[in-house]
Design a protein around this ligand. Structure first.
Ligand code: HEC
Length: 156
């Protein structure tokens, strides 16, 4: 009985201090997850981008709905960059990501802050504010991609 209690306490402790990578069973799962999160985020940003560029008519309600999705998605990719997720399936994450973690964290936080501003702009219903916010958010994406996203997917 005592042993059982000790064992379950150990399991609990390991759950509480679960490293982010352990949320994924295999590196492949983490890579797929972060790529999916980025893909969905970019898709919803793109829908508002099309309005900002005048390619589709501005629809304030749709812009605000899409911006809310961008904010949610902007929080997700980061846990999927745990140790050991540099390979397992084709990825464009550069190895420097795991060396410059403080800088990458900063870039990720800046992007999330721009996403929040973007949502506020979209909610305001003012197209000029939306245009400016799309531009600022796009710059925050690019700032990270320039240094940490490779042109091509790795072989595995
Ligand atoms: C802090 C760094 C960082 C920021 C900020 C960032 N990205 Fe990325 N992004 C990456 C990395 C690294 C990859 C490559 C992931 C992989 O292939 O494993 C990536 C991949 C992508 C992909 C390709 C996903 C796929 O299926 O291969 C898209 C699309 C994308 N990002 C869009 C965006 C958009 C849009 C923003 C801003 C709103 C953004 N990213 C902000 C680092 C970042």
């Amino acid at each position: 009985m005592k042993r059982l209690i000790v064992a379950s306490a150990t399991v609990l402790a390991s759950l509480v201090s679960l490293p982010a990578a352990a949320q994924f069973q295999k590196p492949e799962d983490a890579i797929k997850y972060r790529q999916s999160a980025f893909t969905v985020m970019a898709n919803h940003l793109g829908r508002v981008g099309a309005m900002a560029q005048g390619r589709v008519p501005f629809d304030a309600k749709a812009a605000a709905d899409n911006a809310a999705i961008v904010v949610t998605m902007s929080k997700l990719p980061w846990v999927a960059f745990g140790e050991g997720t540099d390979k397992g399936m084709p990825t464009r994450a550069k190895p420097e990501i795991w060396k410059d973690s403080a800088k990458v964290k900063d870039l990720a936080e800046k992007m999330q802050a721009e996403a929040v501003k973007f949502e506020a702009a979209a909610k305001s219903g003012n197209l000029d504010s939306v245009k400016a916010a799309v531009g600022d958010l796009g710059k925050a994406c690019k700032a990270c991609h320039d240094d940490y996203r490779a042109e091509k997917y790795s072989a595995n």
